[in-house]
Design a protein. Sequence first.
Length: 271
Amino acid sequence: MGAAYGEVEEKDAMGEGTEQNAGDGGATAGGAGATALVIQSTPNGGPGRWEGWLREGGLDLDVVPAYDGAPVPESLAGRQALVVLGGGYLPDDDARAPWLPATRALVQEALATGTPVFGICLGGQMLAHVAGGAVKGSHGHPEYGSTPLRLRDAAAEDPLFQGLPAAPTAIEHHVDAITELPPGAHWLVESDTCPYQAFRLGDGPAWGVQFHPETTADRIRHWDAANVESHGFDRDTLHRTALADEPAATDVWHTVALRFAAQATGRAGAA
């Protein structure tokens, strides 16, 4: 699929599985390969459709299944981007998820070195936490399924979000939330019940989102129905709504994935 818009609790059940890095790295226009280190915190919380989209953009993936005991690298050496995926933890829930300190250290390194970062759900909360924002568990109104979002004025000048539809949808699966953005963050996207849906730190290239651009409507069919119902939602209704929203949402998040890949491959080519 080509790029749109003119440019290239039981949150454990959210994401989709992934193949491990096959070593067929993409290449930038300058011939330099680019790789994203991807930290996966739950068995079902893989990069989903973003794996294919990032590869389409020339960005290979080095996926670390940290939930399964795979060691988190001590540095980003040799990688041109960092992606931190979702999971049923708070960013500092180190007792239950002992790989989180090493993951936070990678986020800090990326921010210090200007390495592109994209954080999804837990990953977005971690980015906010590391940079001086605040995150609270079981805060506000839970969001499940395809959710209407609104782009804020700051999105018009953002490298990833500029020119997107003003009111896209994305699949949500969270009860925790960012309650305060870090100093200097650009607030890009909001929803009716959860203000901080997407942000960029300073001039970038670091983005965090609360929603799941990597997942599809089909994943909702595998959510725990009792858990979903306990938060006031019906799984079958969520699935039907997400299916109806999926064509337009796919175009939007495909575009964002390609734009993020371009951030990493552009730096690799320049290097």
